[in-house]
Ligand binder design. Structure first.
Ligand code: SAH
Length: 344
């Protein structure tokens, strides 16, 4: 019989599992604390559980682990990139970013991705599988163990489309926020989506205080269709209507990500068109010079062009920031560490 993954269970499910084993309810609380409070890797570590229970758990349950197979540490700013191997041999990457206000981890939600964005390395071979909630948590827990400091924020911006793995991602969000576990504030969590409109409406109903980031990367459907295939089924008018509805419902400001690609989406005319579409929305634009991906033909916009684009948006009243580049000396941008490893 397949063993049950306890790391992906919330406290209600754990309690159910423990009761079905014929054990008293309070054991579920202890288990939860071991898994999400102390980040135990093995049942044998759980010294306040009777030995007989630990043995029963060994036989029926498991704690799937993300195992570090490669690690790159930036000498400039302490950014760390991790390549993790999962239970079935899938590999994924995660990044630790050190900010003055705390440590943030960028996690993957799928091994690979099926959204097909033309500038992204994660999607080159399609999606391999969805990650479980436990595998998403493991990335945070293992990085926290490795760096020896608390991780206080998470961005779902590694490989994968979070809203294409909706149930598991929602479970992850609730588990990482649990006060008996990592107790991470929802306002320290950012979920990034390429714009799956139906799921965005669903997410708006979940009553979460997380930040929603939307990968826009274009001011109109013409340009967006040419770089993001998903845009054909989710045109910009529909997408921006969903963004407005989300901001209205949650009262949370949306972040629009905009990867600047030379000669593709970075002209003053693009900036003006974008400003026109975002006017009066509770939002802010984050400009990111596109990362070079060797399989992809896009070239990043010059610093001067990025500054000018930002200035045009700001002149039109759209709040804009330019993303600071971390870990530039260990650059293996957006899925390339994983790809390099798989191709060996
Ligand atoms: N699937 C989600 C989250 C993962 S990608 C999404 O699309 O939002 C996280 C961010 O990195 C997205 O904004 C994505 O468009 C961007 N990205 C992907 N490849 C990139 C590249 N080569 N340079 C800059 N940003 C890139």
């Amino acid at each position: 019989m397949a063993k049950t993954d306890l790391r992906s269970m919330d406290s209600v499910e754990l309690e159910q599992f423990i009761i079905e084993m014929g054990e008293p309810k309070f054991r579920a609380k202890q288990l939860f604390e071991w898994i999400h409070g102390k980040h135990a890797a093995e049942f044998s570590e759980m010294t306040n559980l009777p030995k007989t229970l630990r043995e029963k758990l060994e036989n029926t349950a498991k704690l799937p682990q993300a195992e570090v197979v490669r690690k790159l540490v930036s000498q400039k700013d302490g950014t760390r990139k991790y390549l993790f191997a999962l239970e079935n041999g899938s590999v994924i990457e995660s990044v630790l970013m050190k900010y003055e206000y705390g440590n943030t981890v960028c996690i993957s939600t799928q091994a690979g991705c099926r959204m097909g964005c033309r500038f992204c390395a994660s999607t080159l071979d399609g999606v391999e599988r969805n990650l479980t909630a436990g595998e998403m948590l493991s990335q945070v827990y293992e990085i926290q163990k490795d760096c020896g400091e608390r991780v206080s924020g998470v961005v779902l911006m590694g490989s994968g489309e979070p809203l294409d793995n909706y149930e598991n991602v929602l479970k992850f969000l609730r588990l990482i926020n649990d006060s008996k576990g990592q107790n991470m504030g929802q306002r320290h969590i950012t979920l990034s989506t390429c714009g799956l409109v139906d799921k965005m409406y669903e997410l708006a109903e979940e009553n979460l205080q997380i930040t929603l980031a939307v990968s826009l990367h274009a001011p109109n459907d013409g340009i967006r269709n040419s770089i993001m295939p998903i845009s054909k089924a989710n045109p910009m008018d529909t997408l921006l209507a969903a963004c407005r509805a989300y901001a209205e419902k949650t009262k949370r400001r949306i972040t629009f990500e905009y990867a600047m690609m030379q000669g593709v989406n970075d002209s003053d005319a693009c900036a003006r068109e974008l400003a026109g579409r975002l006017r009066h929305m509770l939002c802010h634009v984050n400009l990111i010079p596109v990362n070079d991906v060797k399989e992809r033909a896009f070239v990043k916009s010059s610093d001067e062009r990025v500054r000018r684009f930002a200035a045009v948006l700001q002149e039109h009243g759209v709040e804009t920031t330019v993303r600071r580049r971390l870990g530039s000396d260990i650059d293996a941008a957006c899925g390339q560490l994983r790809r390099g490893y798989l191709k060996k």
